[in-house]
Design a protein around this ligand. Structure first.
Ligand SMILES: Cc1cc2nc3c(=O)[nH]c(=O)nc-3n(C[C@H](O)[C@H](O)[C@H](O)COP(=O)(O)O)c2cc1C
Length: 190
């Protein structure tokens, strides 16, 4: 192990995407710290072109999942099958809550900035003993006929597009061993 190894690096290296959660709420103080880590992520030109929606209402997450399932099966049956989408599929992986990260329309790097925030929050969650899962598969619900009313129900301001969600909670079953890292993906130029 490197002599420079530290807790931050360990946390980054051991974060996983979790898809099995306990039915146990996440403490408000933890949610607030996680949000703070999102808000302090780097953004292009320092614009901070994002909005964070904390969804603790599981019924609303179920509603998004139901719409997605319908859209997937209606429009993209083959892809739905390839993604292992089943009738009981839950976009939010059974987590008790999720944070939806929306980006400002018209800002060139908004989606990248939201992605940075999502990763920072996933690492922060792990450091606090929580599991998380980075989610993009929930997006079709917002292009569905119910999309606009869903955005209103979520309180996402006008002019923002939901890009990512971070499912959060206490882990029930830890994930399987992670995939080996691809080789030959780094080069040095001196
Ligand atoms: C942009 C992005 C979108 C993702 N969307 C989903 C998703 O919709 N559902 C899901 O279960 N995992 C999703 N993931 C998690 C990846 O599947 C996961 O990060 C990858 O398999 C590596 O596993 P690890 O995070 O445990 O290292 C997403 C990850 C990223 C970065």
């Amino acid at each position: 192990m490197s002599e420079f190894m530290n807790e931050t690096i360990q946390t980054i290296l051991t974060r996983r995407s979790n898809r099995s959660y306990l039915d146990k709420p996440v403490e408000k103080e933890k949610i607030d710290l996680i949000l703070q880590c999102g808000v302090y992520s780097p953004t292009a030109r320092g614009v901070q072109p994002w909005h964070f929606t904390v969804v603790e209402n599981r019924r609303l997450l179920d509603k998004i999942s139901e719409i997605n399932k319908r859209e997937y099966f209606a429009n993209n049956n083959q892809n739905a099958k390839m993604s292992g989408l089943t009738e009981d599929y839950d976009n939010f992986r059974g987590a008790p809550m999720a944070i939806i990260i929306s980006g400002m329309n018209g800002e060139k790097y908004a989606e990248v900035d939201c992605a940075n925030a999502t990763t920072n929050m996933a690492v922060a969650a792990h450091s606090l003993g929580l599991g998380s899962c980075y989610i993009a598969s929930f997006r079709p619900a917002f292009s569905a006929p119910e999309g606009e009313s869903l955005i209103k129900e979520l309180g996402i301001p006008d002019g923002y597009t939901p890009y990512f969600a971070l499912a959060l909670g206490y882990v029930k079953e830890p994930p399987q061993e992670r995939a080996a890292r691809r080789e030959g993906i780094i080069n040095y130029v001196k």
